[in-house]
Design a protein around this ligand. Structure first.
Ligand code: FAD
Length: 298
């Protein structure tokens, strides 16, 4: 396993490629993760991450799959951790467990409550905002590198982009090392966000988060949930190809390919792919990047 931290890798000039998995629940989904995580070793990602279920529901499985990804495939793994439903003592126990198992990077989040349209209520002995979790990790576990979430099109609860970036700065001031963004389909939002962050004295790496638009229904659902723009041209291309799997794959992969090409050329430190435990489109995308000589090397 590579011993460099993520920010050391970025500082070396290498563009990072990272992939996000989630802990599966059904037997079928477990097999899917097994297959994808095996097939994607071929991409040699700089790190992979594993999400933390809504409502703190995957405390054990996030840890178990983080271990499996590390042990079975030698991936560098960044587990996610959220404040939802946890007291400070519980958070401490969870982080200690990761520390003992040799993990050194965490994605620190406030998290979302379980069930749609619920509002977040902090645990009485826990935290209300991610910046508090970041400060807690840094004070008790200073050896951890910490990633936090950022929102190029604003967090849905934030009254304005300005206040959201002001709050993002609190996470960086508390000791976060880098930002991974929410997904976006229009790079313009990322470039504007980076500019706004730099003006607000946020100078850490900002890794763009992307999701291959594998079908219209899913993309509409995600964009709706995150309040991200779904460009008209993408929407109409996906709807035209909806019943043609091959054409759909070409359109979806090409959209993300063009996003990555432009992002890397414009100085993004790397890309993080929300792959939803699927490998097929990602493998195709990787092949396309390779053929275009777009590499993640120095
Ligand atoms: P915060 O940074 O705490 O922000 C939440 C809201 O509060 C924002 O509107 C912000 O502007 C405001 N705010 C922040 N700090 C303050 C403050 N000090 N005072 C006043 N207002 C403040 N969810 C999961 O459940 N599991 C996951 O694994 C997961 N992974 C994610 C990975 C990435 C890269 C991203 C971008 C999101 C992920 N999420 C995940 C979703 C995330 O939990 C939600 O978006 C959640 O609603 C906000 O989390 P946060 O850490 O950004 O919160």
């Amino acid at each position: 396993m590579a011993s460099q931290t993520i920010i050391q890798t970025i500082a070396s000039g290498k563009k990072t490629l990272s992939l996000e998995f989630f802990p599966p629940k059904s037997e079928k989904a477990i097999q899917q993760l097994k297959k994808s995580s095996e097939e994607l070793t071929k991409l040699n990602p700089d790190f992979v991450s594993i999400t933390y279920g809504a409502g703190g529901s995957t405390r054990k499985s996030t840890f178990d799959y983080a271990e499996q990804l590390k042990k079975n495939h030698d991936y560098k793994v960044m587990p996610h951790l959220t404040c939802v439903g946890h007291s400070q003592n519980e958070l401490s126990e969870i982080i200690e467990q990761y520390q003992s198992a040799g993990f050194r990077t965490l994605m620190a989040l406030r998290g979302d409550p379980q069930g749609e349209n619920q509002s977040f209520t902090p645990h009485p002995d826990g935290f209300e905002y991610a910046n508090e979790l970041v400060a807690f990790i840094k004070s008790k576990f200073p050896n951890f590198e910490i990633g936090v979430g950022g929102y190029p099109e604003k967090h849905p609860e934030a009254p304005s982009q300005e206040s959201d970036i002001h709050n993002l700065k609190k996470k960086i001031d508390a000791g976060a090392d880098f930002i991974t963004t929410q997904l976006f389909y229009n790079n313009h939002h990322y470039y504007r966000f980076v500019e706004q962050c730099r003006s607000a004295q946020i100078h850490c790496p900002i890794i763009p988060g992307l999701m291959i638009p594998t079908n219209l229904e899913r993309v509409e659902r995600f964009c709706n949930f995150c309040q991200a723009e779904l460009p008209n041209s993408l929407k109409s291309a996906l709807s035209t190809a909806n019943d043609h799997p091959q054409a759909l794959q070409e359109i979806a992969v090409d959209w993300t390919f063009q996003q990555i090409k432009d992002l890397l050329q414009s100085g993004a430190p790397g890309v993080h792919l929300y792959i939803m435990n699927q490998s097929k489109f990602m493998l195709h995308l990787y092949q396309k990047l390779k053929e275009a000589n777009i590499s993640f090397q120095n």
